[in-house]
Ligand binder design. Structure first.
Ligand SMILES: [Zn+2]
Ligand SMILES: [Zn+2]
Ligand SMILES: [Zn+2]
Ligand SMILES: [Zn+2]
Ligand SMILES: [Zn+2]
Length: 475
């Protein structure tokens, strides 16, 4: 199973936002969120929000309570935890995954239906100790078994409120790692920092309308007027000052970091394309081509980015007149209709006779298109697959044939994925298919991935996000 949780879903699962309206505890004057007295997991602003959500929450709320009262099941769950704190993250995460799997299976049996994504989030993001992975449910079971109240209870980090420890001793052990730069996040961001950012991202999302965001986004895109290399730079270095100037004097001036992260979400595709082209080409001649052709396999027919998402390419490489995209699905849909359209572009680009053309080849796979539509196939400047893990898992045999074809035709290619683990397994498959990987695009973090990374579910540490890692790149 693979899904991308939302910030709102995570915050609701941690009882940091209202499970109905997603409002967070923003000011100290307002009365705080109140936890559901049944499951004590979700929180609400007030009775109205709780009432409105009850028909969605009722069955799950009662199910959680039944599981917690099941002595045999909870004892079995508690037995999986070792007494001591664990330094090895992999071990902690495995304990955590086993616990969630068991918890989900018990709920499913009682509910006689699969859990919804929202319900899975509640279990996957259940507060658990950073040092021993225990959730409250296990601490309570252990206290009952020992017949003494240990007093151990899950307590949040005072700064971020999103990571937890079960006792002072475990907090002392876990704190250093929680506050140190995290190797699954870009730069020197720590788990504690990213947790705080996640709350700021949700706050930003609640304040800005789509229209306001669009206006500012255009201002940011239009500030670029010449090619400048991306290698060795970060999102903040490349767009940070553009964001600051675009929001200067508006009420959004305090959202520069959150806005920069939003730019990284919306424009990750455009910047990943530019960054990959820079890595796969020698020199800058490619930035002066009149046309760039990009081929892309997308996971779902609805995965096209919106209007201005790709336009950054025209502004960052202003000598390029036309960008042509060919989109493919992992498997062709027989009987579907292929379509072609021009993207809406800004007035400046339109009057300079620039264009972004899109072709959605739904009926055939990329492989079949190359073989059977030879007269239409243009050797692309870049072949890109984002979320490659999703696509690879869906049609593994087809996937290997596609890679072999790219290698045989010497098509410059790049594959991104969500996490280090996925990057490592993806990289292995690329090698097995004969790809000679370029080090700067292989098994490393993508400096132009989506900065709005989410905590890994079922885990006490680690983050993932769209485009976050490069599985591999070759030419
Ligand atoms: Zn509410
Ligand atoms: Zn409840
Ligand atoms: Zn602990
Ligand atoms: Zn913290
Ligand atoms: Zn433009």
């Amino acid at each position: 199973m693979y899904y991308l949780p939302t910030s709102a879903g995570i915050l609701a699962a941690l009882a940091l936002s209202c499970s109905h309206c997603h409002k967070m505890n923003s000011s100290s004057e307002e009365p705080g969120l109140r936890k559901c007295s049944g499951c004590r997991r979700l929180a609400y602003c007030n009775n109205e929000c709780q009432k409105a959500d009850w028909r969605h929450h009722k069955a799950f709320c009662q199910t959680i309570q039944l599981v917690e009262k099941d002595t045999e099941a909870t004892r079995e769950m508690a037995a999986a935890y070792s007494q001591a704190a664990q330094n090895d993250l992999e071990t902690l995460n495995l304990i955590s995954i086993a616990h969630s799997d068991r918890f989900i299976a018990l709920c499913k049996k009682l509910l006689q239906r699969p859990l919804t994504m929202r319900e899975i989030d509640v279990i996957a993001y259940e507060p658990k100790c950073l040092a021993c992975a225990r959730p409250n449910m296990v601490l309570q079971t252990e206290a009952r078994m020992a017949e003494v109240a240990s007093g151990a209870v899950i307590t949040p980090c005072e700064r971020c409120k999103m990571s937890f420890s079960c006792c002072d001793e475990h907090w002392l052990i876990a704190r250093a790692r929680h506050q140190a730069p995290c190797d699954t996040l870009p730069g020197t961001v720590s788990q504690c920092d990213r947790n705080l950012e996640l709350c700021a991202d949700a706050d930003y999302g609640a304040v800005l309308t789509t229209e306001q965001e669009g206006q500012i986004m255009w201002r940011i895109i239009k500030r670029q007027a010449a090619w400048s290399a991306l290698t060795g730079r970060t999102w903040e270095e490349v767009v940070g000052s553009d964001v600051a100037s675009a929001v200067a004097g508006t009420t959004f001036a305090r959202y520069v970091p959150a806005f920069t992260r939003r730019v990284s979400s919306l424009q990750s595709t455009a910047f990943t394309i530019l960054y990959a082209l820079e890595q796969l080409n020698t020199g800058t001649a490619w930035t002066e081509k009149s046309e760039l052709t990009i081929n892309m396999i997308i996971a779902n027919p609805s995965d096209f980015d919106g209007a201005y998402f790709h336009e950054a390419i025209l502004h960052r490489a202003p000598k390029v007149k036309q960008v042509t995209f060919y989109f493919f699905l992992p498997m062709g849909i027989p009987g579907a209709v292929s379509s072609a359209w021009a993207s809406e572009i800004c007035g400046d680009c339109a009057s300079a006779n620039k264009a972004i053309f899109n072709h959605f080849v739904q009926t055939r796979t990329f492989e079949s298109f190359v073989h059977n539509e030879a007269e239409l196939f243009v050797q692309p400047d870049l072949f890109i697959v984002q979320s490659s893990t999703l696509i690879a898992a869906r049609e593994p045999a087809q996937w290997r044939r596609t890679i072999a074809l790219l290698v045989a035709r010497r098509i410059p290619s790049v594959f991104t994925t969500f996490s280090r683990r996925h990057a490592e397994s993806g990289q292995a498959v690329l090698r097995e298919c004969g790809a000679e990987l370029v080090p700067s695009l292989s098994g490393v973090m993508n400096p132009f991935g989506d900065m709005r990374m989410k905590p890994n579910y079922n885990a006490v540490h680690g983050f993932h996000g769209p485009n976050a890692w490069f599985a591999g790149g070759f030419r």
